[in-house]
Ligand binder design. Structure first.
Ligand code: BJW
Length: 252
C-alpha cells in the first residue's frame, strides 16, 4: 500500500528540475550486501571499523584489511541490482528525458547503481572494484577472482612497498576532490533531495541533506528506521528501498 507521503513525493518528482539522491548501504541491503550499522546484520556487528576502515588499520595489518576488502569485493560482484536500484535508473531516465538534472551521490562502493543503468553516479566513498598502488597512486580494476596474496602486489611498482589497497575512503581520509566538486555542482540546481538507505551519521556525506534544506529544496527520506534527519525532512517514508521506490515510480 502506498502512503500519502509517497504520493506527495511522486508529485514533487513530476515537477522537479534538479533531483539529487543520496544513497547508503541500505539501498543495497536487498541485494544481500550487508549494511554497516544495522544491529542484527550490519558489518560492524562482527568487525571493528577502527581495525578495518582506517589508514592506521591498513598500516598495522595490510594482509588482514585487504583480505576483508577482497571478501567484500567478491560479495559485491556476486550481487545483483534489485527493484529499488532499477527504479532509480528509471527515475533518472524520466527526469533527464524532460530536460531535468539527476544525480546520485552514493556512499556505496559496490557499483550497483551503475550496473542498474544509472548514468550519473558520484562515488563519494570510492569503489571497492578499483584498487590503488600505495607507492604510485595508480589504479586498476582487478579480475573478478580472489587475490592470491595479501596484501595484493601492485602491478605498477616493484619492491618492498609493492601493495594495492582498495580505492575506498576510510575514516580520516578526504573524499575524492572530483566527487566533492561534482556533488557541489549537482547541489547548485537541486530542488528535490532524496535520501535513501543511509543512517546519515557519516560526514561530509550526511551534510548534503543540511545543504539541501539550506538551499530550499524539498527533502525526502526512505528508510525502515528513523535517522537524525527523519523529523526535519519534508517527507519521511518508513520502508525498504526495494518496496518504496518502485511504488513511487508507479505513481509518477
Ligand atoms: C535500509 C534498508 C532497506 C536497511 N532499504 N534502507 C563532522 C562531524 C563529526 C565527525 C566528522 C565530521 N566530519 C568528518 C568527520 C569524521 C568522519 C565521520 O563522519 N565520523 C562519524 C562516524 C562521526 N568522517 C570522515 O572521516 C570522512 N572524511 C573526512 O571527513 O575527511 C576530512 C577530514 C580529514 C582528516 C581529518 C578531518 C577531516 C570519511 C568518511 C569515510 C567513511 N567510510 C566508510 C567506509 C567506506 C569503505 C568501505 O566500504 O568499507 O563508508 S564508513 C561506512 O559508513 C561507509 C559508508 O559509506 C558510511 C555510511 O554508512 P551508511 O551507508 O549510511 O550505512 P549504515 O549501515 O550506517 O546505515 C544503513 C541504513 O540503511 C540504516 O539507516 C538502515 O535502517 C537502512 N536500511 N535496510 C532502505 N532495505
Amino acid at each position: 500500500m502506498s502512503s500519502t507521503a509517497e504520493a506527495h513525493l511522486a508529485a514533487a518528482l513530476r515537477e522537479a528540475r534538479g533531483v539529487v539522491v543520496l544513497t547508503g548501504a541500505g539501498v543495497s541491503a536487498e541485494s544481500k550486501i550487508p549494511t554497516f550499522r544495522d544491529a542484527m546484520s550490519g558489518l560492524w556487528k562482527d568487525f571493528d571499523p577502527m581495525k578495518l576502515a582506517t589508514p592506521e588499520a591498513f598500516d598495522a595489518d595490510p594482509a588482514m584489511v585487504t583480505k576483508w576488502y577482497d571478501w567484500r569485493r567478491l560479495g559485491c560482484l556476486a550481487a545483483e541490482p534489485h527493484p529499488g536500484h532499477l527504479a532509480l535508473a528509471a527515475l533518472e531516465r524520466r527526469i533527464t528525458s524532460r530536460g531535468g538534472a539527476f544525480t546520485i551521490l552514493t556512499q556505496n562502493v559496490d557499483g550497483l547503481h551503475q550496473r542498474a543503468g544509472v548514468a550519473n553516479v558520484i562515488e563519494l566513498h570510492g569503489s571497492i572494484m578499483r584498487w590503488r598502488c600505495i607507492a604510485t597512486g595508480m589504479e586498476c580494476e582487478p579480475e573478478p577472482v580472489a587475490f592470491e596474496t595479501f596484501p595484493p602486489r601492485s602491478p605498477f611498482h616493484a619492491g618492498d612497498n609493492s601493495m594495492l589497497r582498495p580505492s575506498v575512503v576510510w575514516f580520516g581520509e578526504m573524499l575524492p576532490e572530483r566527487a566533492i566538486e561534482a556533488a557541489a555542482d549537482a547541489m547548485e540546481t537541486c530542488d528535490l533531495f532524496l535520501s535513501v538507505g543511509t543512517s546519515s551519521v557519516v560526514y561530509p556525506a550526511a551534510g548534503y541533506i543540511d545543504l539541501a534544506m539550506r538551499v530550499g529544496a524539498r527533502t525526502a527520506e526512505v528508510n525502515p528506521e528513523a535517522t537524525p534527519y527523519s523529523d526535519r525532512v519534508t517527507w519521511s517514508i518508513r520502508g525498504k528501498a526495494g518496496d518504496v521506490l518502485p511504488r513511487v515510480m508507479d505513481l509518477l
